[in-house]
Design a protein. Structure first.
Length: 166
């Protein structure tokens, strides 16, 4: 019995880089690549439970992640093991690159959380971003990162945020 290649989901490695070092690497299933946006699905790749206070990521959680080659952010829809939406965790990043089965994304410290019901929108890690020195070493990237965070926050509070993961 042969397997049709269209039936086999493409696997890739997501590589999150921070300050020039690989922060985490994990396998993901490629859902779509339209040339601008790459969407993948992966189980929670962290060790054990990570409790942020406003959300807990745990084994069994599933992340549907959207990366853009022309935008300075990534949007990750987070569901628990039963499929219940927890919310969206967004990383401010340089535009993603895809090469040789690796999706490489440079994390720029800033993050945004939007709860499933939209009542909680949190800007995260602004202190880490300030301490990173990016504003001095690469002022254009720092400005792009802050614009991206502002854009995501506005969409999360007033826009069609869910369309980012459609």
């Amino acid at each position: 019995m042969s397997v049709n290649s269209a039936e086999v989901a493409a696997q890739m490695e997501v590589v999150l880089v921070k300050a020039g070092r690989t922060k985490i690497r994990y396998s993901a299933t490629l859902l779509r690549d339209d040339g601008t946006r790459v969407s993948v699905r992966a189980p929670w790749a962290g060790d054990g439970v990570r409790d942020f206070g406003f959300v807990r990521f745990a084994p069994g959680d599933v992340f549907t992640e959207h990366y853009w080659r022309d935008r300075w952010y990534a949007v990750k829809e987070v569901r628990d093991g039963r499929g219940v939406l927890k919310g969206w965790y967004c990383d401010i990043t340089r535009p993603a690159t895809l090469s040789g089965g690796e999706l490489v994304v440079e994390d720029l410290d800033l993050d945004l959380w939007r709860s499933a019901d939209g009542t909680t929108v949190l800007r995260l890690d602004e202190d880490e971003f300030a301490a990173s020195g990016l504003a001095t070493t690469d002022p254009e990237a720092a400005a792009a990162a802050l614009r991206a965070l502002d854009t995501l926050e506005l969409l999360a509070r007033e826009g069609d945020f869910e369309a980012l993961s459609a």
